[in-house]
Design a protein around this ligand. Structure first.
Ligand SMILES: [Zn+2]
Length: 321
């Protein structure tokens, strides 16, 4: 469950294989229950289409935008949706009658990579999503990090520019996500446009008429628009500083990127990775783009059901396989 898209997948457990999925734009919720109801509706449609009975389902796992209360399985104070707090675990458990796990989407992402992807040969793995929001999942010494509320890795809210004056959806100032995420990049465009003194450019004119999004900004950058280049140079530094901070804290062997911004713009990611060393103290990790593409969170959620990490078992119980 992301701020932009909601994906539901149906998996076999041995092998862990995606057999069918549904993807919709995450609806702008009118009531807090609308989120759980959307997932439930998609899950039921998926089962029906795939001719699988609910009786044959062993469990469900949701990888969701955070922050979380991992004990209740609720999302609390999320910055990028109409509702800041809503329930996921209880309503889905009740409606499906199976064990339900709820984890941060990037936690599911790193678990997919650790179990079956670029991280499977390593004990120290980071998965970072660059999308509407910015978040990471982290495995250190073979342990999936969760934290007291399930938010041990809210790296999108590290401060990368305390003096920017740009406020994040969460309320904090100068957060990585406030400057460089898909939902917020327009704020950086507006700020930099007010200080720009090198004449009119197509992107600058456009930004005065309406909000400019990430893909548009990167298109103008590729075309050589001087103002777009200026903004993207800032974005490259902001992302490099954020990624380097994550590496400096967690010391991963492999750093895997996903999310729509990373998946759709390898040229932009290449520039960011090239800049990371400017900010590093730790030995650089290998970098990779997730091979699960848009389905990385689905795969991670499936792996959490099949091989539930022990620290999550303690909090959210077990599944009978
Ligand atoms: Zn924030």
């Amino acid at each position: 469950m992301g701020a932009s898209k909601t994906r539901v997948g149906l998996f076999t457990i041995d092998p862990v294989k995606l057999i069918n999925k549904k993807v919709v734009n995450t609806p702008e919720p009118k009531e807090p229950e609308d989120i759980a109801n959307t997932i439930l509706k998609l899950a039921k449609e998926l089962l029906k289409e795939s001719r699988v009975s609910l009786n044959d389902v062993v469990g469900a796992c949701i990888g969701t935008i955070g922050p979380l209360d991992i004990r209740s399985g609720d999302v609390v104070n999320t910055p990028n949706l109409g509702f800041k707090s809503f329930k996921l675990r209880e309503p889905l458990k009740k409606a499906l009658g199976v064990p339900v796990y709820v984890v941060n989407d990037a936690v599911a992402g790193v678990y997919a990579e650790y179990m079956a992807g670029h991280g499977s040969a390593y004990d120290n793995v980071v998965y970072l999503t660059l999308s509407s929001g910015i978040g990471a999942g982290v495995v250190v010494d073979g342990n999936l990090l969760l934290g007291k509320d399930g938010n041990a890795h809210e790296v999108g809210h590290v401060v990368v520019d305390y003096s920017s004056g740009i406020r994040c959806g969460c309320g904090g100032l100068g957060h990585w996500e406030a400057l460089a995420s898909g939902s917020n990049v327009w704020k950086l465009v507006v700020k930099l446009s007010s200080a720009w003194s090198l004449g009119e450019t197509p992107l600058l004119s456009l930004s005065r008429v309406r909000t400019v999004g990430m893909s548009e900004l990167l298109e103008y950058w590729r075309k050589g628009d001087p103002f777009a280049s200026h903004v993207v140079q800032e974005l490259i530094k902001v992302n490099a500083a954020g990624i380097a901070s994550v590496i400096n804290v967690y010391d991963p062997e492999v750093f895997i990127l996903g999310g729509s911004i990373a998946l759709n713009n390898p040229d932009f990611i290449f520039e960011i990775v090239d800049e990371v060393r400017e900010y590093l103290v730790n030995r650089p990790p290998e970098f990779a783009i997730t091979s699960f593409k848009d389905d990385v969170v689905l795969y991670g959620a499936a792996w959490i059901i099949v091989k539930t990490p022990k620290q999550l078992l303690k909090i959210q119980g077990s599944v009978n396989l």
